[in-house]
Design a protein around this ligand. Structure first.
Ligand code: ZN
Ligand code: ZN
Length: 125
């Protein structure tokens, strides 16, 4: 992490865990996906610097109607969506642009489509 980034993130975010996609020279290169990430955090593209807050997966307690919020990404435009109680939706869930939302695929940057992403978790449930 660059010094300026570090300052920015450590001040605003209490970091529990940090994820990064594997370096491109590694075999079986895998980008980030929602299943490995979890929680609520911040995603950042290493290529273009795009960043935004993102929910990967959070849930309430069983006494609290067992709500969940799951992160999805449109496979067409790359927009991130937060879907509440996704098990009540008919699959596939569609984006405003008509693309299909998925949380099974590798994440990519909505701006430059690069898969070299970092994710900081702010909190987990
Ligand atoms: Zn990017
Ligand atoms: Zn879309």
């Amino acid at each position: 992490m660059k010094k300026s980034e570090k300052k920015f993130f450590w001040e605003e975010w209490r970091i529990y865990k940090f994820f990064k996609s594997s370096p491109s020279q590694e075999k079986n290169k895998k980008g980030l996906n929602f299943y490995q990430m979890g929680g609520n955090g911040l995603i950042m593209c290493e290529n273009c610097g795009f960043h935004q807050k993102l929910i990967s997966f959070i849930h309430g307690f069983p006494t609290n109607n067992s709500w969940t919020i799951s992160g999805y990404q449109c496979q067409k435009c790359g927009k991130f969506h937060e879907i509440k109680n996704d098990n009540k939706y008919k699959k596939p869930i569609k984006c405003d642009c008509g693309g299909i939302l998925s949380r099974d695929n590798e994440l990519f940057c909505p701006h430059c489509k690069n898969t070299d992403l970092k994710y900081w978790i702010k909190y987990l449930t």
